[in-house]
Structures are given as structure tokens and as C-alpha cells.
Write a new protein. Structure first.
Length: 165
């Protein structure tokens, strides 16, 4: 739920700007059932012949585990950018930086679209909220606001920087 909220909030903000790169905000479904939504999107882009236009995949998932973002990417430039964003925002959170490839969760089907694609994965840590995941308690009323705020502010600045907007 938090990831869908974040995507809609970011799409709303960036709809009012003119970034140098095209931004597509995608909310997929059925990750736990074989990445059905993400696989469908990748297949569709390949059939259309537009898959080579995708330069970067930013995946965020499970943003209600705490206010401390856990960032994983093999791309040194993306990691440097997110580190700079965290430093400038001074949110008082303890981010986790992991240099492993980001091709997990719904980003996985995009990994082999072409040789120049890169990506970054955002997750979060800090609270013991895993039990609410995929239960009736997993709704907008139960999303801790500090998780949403720290993730949104970071994503807004990060996406703005890499999209040139």
C-alpha cells in the first residue's frame, strides 16, 4: 500500500514539472505470485519495441518497515546520488547502503531488457511491522507517517535529480 501511495504522490508532483527524461510510474500487482504485473509490463514493452528506451528502473517496496531506507544498487552513480540526497535532506534516519544488484522484487523482469539498463531498489527498516504485510491491517490508515515522509522526500529529490527536473 505504501509503495502505491508513494508512486501516486510522485506522479502528481512530477506531472507539474518538465523533466528532461520521460518518467513512467508503474504500480504492479501479483509480485508474490510470480511477478505477474512486472512481467506483463516488460513483455508489452518488448512487443512494442520500446524496451530499449528504459534507462533506469527505480523499485520501491515495503516502505512501512521503518523510516530508515535500505538502498541497493550496483550503479555507483545512482548510489552517490541517493547518498547526497540523504545528506542534504538531513532527515535524521539511518539509511542502509547495499552495493548488491537491485534486480529483486518487481525490478527483476527488467534486468535483461538491454545491456545499458541500470536500477536501484528502495526498501525500509527500523520497525517490526512485517506482520501487517498482506493482511487486512495493511491499509493506508496503518502506514506510519514517518516512513511515508522520509521515503517520499528522498524519492522526490532523487527522481528529480536523475530525471533532470
Amino acid at each position: 500500500m505504501a509503495s502505491a501511495i508513494e508512486a501516486m504522490m510522485l506522479a502528481h508532483i512530477f506531472a507539474k514539472s518538465a523533466p528532461q527524461s520521460t518518467l513512467i510510474f508503474l504500480v504492479t500487482g501479483s509480485e508474490e505470485y510470480g511477478l505477474v504485473g512486472a512481467r506483463h509490463y516488460v513483455r508489452r514493452r518488448m512487443q512494442e519495441g520500446t524496451h530499449r528506451d528504459i534507462r533506469c528502473v527505480i523499485n520501491f517496496d515495503s516502505l512501512t518497515y521503518g523510516p530508515n531506507l535500505w538502498v541497493s544498487t550496483h550503479d555507483e552513480d545512482l548510489m552517490a546520488t541517493v547518498r547526497a540526497v540523504h545528506e542534504e535532506l538531513q532527515l535524521g534516519t539511518d539509511s542502509i547502503y547495499d552495493d548488491t544488484p537491485c534486480w529483486m522484487n518487481d525490478a527483476a523482469p527488467s534486468k535483461d531488457l538491454h545491456s545499458h539498463i541500470t536500477g536501484i531498489n528502495f526498501n525500509s527498516r527500523g520497525y517490526e511491522t512485517l506482520a501487517a504485510n498482506h493482511t487486512p491491517a495493511d491499509d493506508a490508515a496503518n502506514v506510519p507517517m514517518d516512513c511515508v515522509e522520509s521515503a517520499f522526500l528522498t524519492m522526490q529529490s532523487f527522481v528529480g535529480r536523475i530525471a533532470g527536473g
